[in-house]
Design a protein around this ligand. Sequence first.
Ligand SMILES: C[S@@+](CC[C@H](N)C(=O)[O-])C[C@H]1O[C@@H](n2cnc3c(N)ncnc32)[C@H](O)[C@@H]1O
Length: 201
Amino acid sequence: MRHDHHHHDRHGAKQPDRFDPARAAILDDPARFAYVSPDMLLTELAPAQSSTLVDFGAGTGLYAIALAQRRPDLRIVALDEQPAMLEHLRAAIGRAGVTNVEAANPAAMETWHGRADTVLALNVLHELGDAALYDVRALLTPDGVALFVDWNADVERPVGPPRDHVYGVEDAVRRLERAGFTVEVRAALPYHFTLAALRAR
Ligand SMILES: C[S@@+](CC[C@H](N)C(=O)[O-])C[C@H]1O[C@@H](n2cnc3c(N)ncnc32)[C@H](O)[C@@H]1O
């Protein structure tokens, strides 16, 4: 396994290889909505009217844009650490013509500290090192909620990464608790777990 620690500290990540931008097209498969629906994400996130939602590790923006279209009142900040993904994101935002979602470079991360009413982290927990988990926590307002939805190692899946690259529910909860979150386990999806994480006090 290649451990790519040159540009970003991925210490603590279950799967330390970063997502290969050459595989971006698989993220745009609309079949994904059958097992992780944008409506379900909005129900779990329950973002207040006109609040700020950060999509952490937004990839090509399939979900950021779907959420923006369903909730034009929200301000959606789509963050990704990879310039190639940000290019995909900006192009997709332009094609969709949505004006309430912006692609943001993590270089601007601190600008957003304490300003996210909600954070969506979809299919990214297994890629996040401890520093990135700290970032997610720092983005939240004091009462903010981060929704971690990721491939579940506890279930057999015809899709998604191998089971040993992702977390089961117990390990995911423990990891988030160690990173300073209070965690609530929400309803399981066919292939994913859903965890709501608040800043522990
Ligand atoms: C498997 S993709 C999922 C993309 C998107 N959430 C989706 O479900 O379509 C994971 C994405 O997270 C990004 N990522 C990983 N670690 C990150 C970090 N620390 N900060 C920002 N983005 C990150 C990767 O560049 C990649 O685009």
